[in-house]
Design a protein around this ligand. Structure first.
Ligand code: SAM
Length: 330
C-alpha cells in the first residue's frame, strides 16, 4: 500500500497539502517510524514532490462492521437490507422491504451481534387505530419491555405495544423548557412524552396528563414514579373529551394528529391568555388549515385566538407535515 515518506517536522504541512489534494487514504493511520512519518495515500496518487514508498506494515482504522459484512446474502438481496433502525432502550426496531422479509431472522440475529447490549429486535409493520398502537413482530431475542433514556428522563414502555417517535425529539426538548410555575394540561399524554421532561426540567406547578389507553396509562404512572415527579404530574385516565378540566390551564398541549376533533376541550381548559400547542397533520397545499380551525374553535366560545408560531415537526407522508401551532387564546 502506497504512502508518502516525510520527516517528522514536515509531516503536518505535508498531510494538510495531501488532504487538500484529496490524496489521503482515510482507511489507514499515519505511521511514525524513527524520525519519519508514513502518510497513507490513495493507490492512484502520483507525485514528484514527495518520496513515495510501499508500506511494509500498514495500520488500518477499525471500520465498524455493517449488516452487509455479517449476513450471508446474495448481491441482489444486499440492495434491500435496511440502512437504519431505531434503538429504544435495549430494543432494536426496524422496518424491512418485502423483498428481504424472508431474511428477517438472520437480519435480527445479525443486528444483535452488532449491538451486544440489545436484547430483542422487532419488525415494525406500522401503526393503527385511535390509540396509535404499533403492529410489531419479534424477529430475534426475547423480552419487549425496556427503559429508554432521553434528555435526562427515563421512559419505561413495552416496545411491542407502545410507539415512541424519534421524529418528535426536538419538540419534546422544546416543550421541556416551557411551563415553569404554570398549571398545564397535557392531552393525549401517552407514556408522558411531554409531561415527564416538562416536570423534570421546567418544574411547573401542576400537570394534568390525560390518556385513554390503559397500557400507555400504566406506563405513564410508572414513568412519573421513575422520574420522581409524582408531586407535579397528576395522571388522568380517560377520554380527553370528558376528562379535560375547564378554565384552569396557563398552557395546554394537544399532541395528537387528530386533535382538531378536540379543540373545543383544549380551548375550554385554558385560562384567559393561556397558550395552546396544537398538533396536526397538514398537507402542504392547505398549510393554513390549522390557523382557520383554531380561530374558528375559539370564536365558537366567544374567544379570540392569536397565532404565535407554526413549526414543522416532521414529514408525516409525501406532501403532508406534522406541525405544531402555538396560539394564545384571550
Ligand atoms: N402526545 C404525545 C406525543 O405527541 O408524543 C403522544 C402522542 S400518541 C400518538 C397519541 C396518544 O393519545 C395515544 O397514547 C392515544 O392512546 C391517546 N389518545 C387518543 N385518543 C385519545 C382520547 N380521546 N383521549 C385521551 N387519549 C387519547
Amino acid at each position: 500500500m502506497k504512502a508518502v515518506l516525510v520527516s517528522k517536522e514536515e509531516a503536518e504541512i505535508a498531510r494538510q497539502r495531501l488532504f487538500s489534494e484529496d490524496a489521503l487514504d482515510k482507511t489507514r493511520k499515519l505511521v511514525k517510524k524513527k524520525g519519519f512519518v508514513e502518510i497513507p495515500v490513495k493507490e492512484t496518487f502520483a507525485t514528484t514532490d514527495f518520496d513515495l514508498i510501499e508500506q511494509v506494515k500498514p495500520e488500518y482504522y477499525i471500520r465498524n462492521k455493517t449488516l452487509g459484512d455479517i449476513l450471508d446474502i446474495t448481491e441482489e438481496e444486499e440492495k434491500f437490507i435496511p440502512s437504519g433502525w431505531q434503538i429504544l432502550g435495549d430494543i432494536i426496531i426496524l422496518s424491512l422491504k418485502k423483498e428481504i422479509e424472508h431474511r428477517k431472522a438472520e437480519i435480527g440475529k445479525g443486528l444483535l451481534s452488532l449491538y451486544p447490549r440489545c436484547k430483542t429486535v422487532l419488525l415494525d409493520r406500522g401503526i393503527a387505530g385511535r390509540m396509535r398502537q404499533p403492529e410489531r413482530e419479534i424477529i430475534a431475542g426475547k423480552g419487549t419491555e425496556t427503559v429508554h433514556k432521553e434528555n435526562g428522563c427515563l421512559f419505561k414502555l413495552d416496545a411491542m405495544r407502545i410507539m415512541y417517535s424519534r421524529g418528535n425529539l426536538a419538540e419534546r426538548r422544546r416543550m421541556s423548557e416551557l411551563g415553569r410555575g404554570e398549571t398545564l394540561v397535557d392531552m393525549f399524554a401517552g407514556i408522558g412524552y411531554f409531561s415527564i421532561p416538562m416536570a423534570v426540567h421546567s418544574k411547573p406547578e401542576k400537570i394534568f396528563a390525560i390518556e385513554i389507553n390503559p397500557v400507555a396509562f400504566g406506563y405513564l404512572k410508572e414513568n412519573i414514579m421513575l422520574n420522581g415527579v409524582g408531586d407535579i404530574i397528576e395522571p388522568v385516565a380517560g377520554d380527553c373529551s370528558i376528562a379535560t378540566p375547564c378554565g384552569i390551564a396557563h398552557r395546554v398541549i394537544m399532541g395528537y394528529l387528530d386533535a382538531h376533533e378536540y379543540l373545543e376541550y383544549g380551548i375550554r381548559a385554558l385560562l384567559p391568555g393561556g397558550i395552546l400547542h396544537y398538533h396536526e397533520a397538514v398537507p402542504e397545499v392547505i398549510e393554513r388549515r390549522p390557523f382557520l380551525r383554531l380561530i374558528e374553535a375559539a370564536n365558537k366560545q366567544g374567544r379570540k385566538a392569536k397565532i404565535l408560531e407554526m413549526r414543522r415537526i416532521k414529514k408525516y407522508s409525501p406532501g403532508v407535515w406534522h406541525v405544531v401551532v402555538d396560539v394564545v387564546v384571550d
